[in-house]
Design a protein around this ligand. Structure first.
Ligand SMILES: Cc1cc2nc3c(=O)[nH]c(=O)nc-3n(C[C@H](O)[C@H](O)[C@H](O)COP(=O)(O)O)c2cc1C
Length: 209
């Protein structure tokens, strides 16, 4: 039985388009994967530590091959435990809004905490960087007020999807699925139509992931 980790990064809750699509995906997933467990990590309701001070120095100590001080070791235990919660899942669902062409800062902060040498990736001079979160699928649900898809002329403004793809690939994912609700600020008709379309795609994808 698989565990799905759902990472939610819109604070808009009932008004959020990305959450609406994620909810439809998870409902359809639950119906077709009886016995699987879905865990939710709401990044606006999670205590994310600032990545500075002893925690930051602990990362540099690892990269420079130096031992941790007791204070760094303490801070690193928190990082390790957050990473282990992430790594323990079998499948991943992310939902995220576009904020200023990129991703919301709470999600970036989470990524900065868990993307660590020896945990999410390794480095060696002979092999370079290697992702360590392997063999697991990720579904990423994107919402944006504007339209950035192919042919829109605004493709290069979209740093949300390319960033998520790059980060997931860097830490080892190869099986990455995208669901997109765009144009959520282009009037209620466009928003409703695009959300309904993404929900239909989400229901189909939930059967096969
Ligand atoms: C702080 C902030 C920044 C935003 N920046 C952008 C942007 O750069 N491009 C865009 O198309 N929409 C932008 N939007 C609009 C959101 O992407 C849009 O409302 C989307 O539906 C949010 O996702 P959600 O409905 O899941 O919360 C921004 C919204 C907020 C609150």
């Amino acid at each position: 039985m698989a565990t799905v980790l759902y990472i939610e990064s819109s604070p808009r809750k009932a008004r959020s388009h990305s959450i609406a699509v994620a909810t439809a995906f998870l409902e359809a997933y639950r119906a077709s994967h009886e016995g699987d467990t879905i865990e939710k990590l709401d990044l606006w309701n999670t205590d994310l530590p600032a990545f500075d001070g002893a925690m930051l120095e602990a990362k540099y100590a690892i990269m420079h091959g130096q031992p941790h001080t007791p204070e760094q070791a303490d801070a690193w235990r928190r990082v390790t435990s957050m990473f282990q919660q992430f790594q323990s899942a079998d499948k991943y669902v992310f939902s995220l809004p576009m904020w200023n062409f990129g991703i919301p800062y709470r999600l970036k902060q989470y990524i900065d905490i868990i993307t660590q040498p020896g945990l999410a990736f390794s480095f060696s001079p002979s092999e370079g960087y290697k992702g360590l979160v392997t063999g697991k699928p990720a579904v990423v649900i994107y919402a944006s007020g504007g339209i950035y898809s192919e042919g829109s002329g605004a493709e290069s403004f979209d740093l949300q999807k390319p960033y998520m793809k790059l980060w997931l690939s860097f830490i080892g994912f190869t099986d990455i699925h995208a669901l997109v609700v765009e144009g959520t600020l282009q009037g209620p008709d466009v928003a409703a139509k695009n959300q309904a379309q993404a929900i239909e795609q989400a229901k189909r994808l939930a059967q096969v992931v």
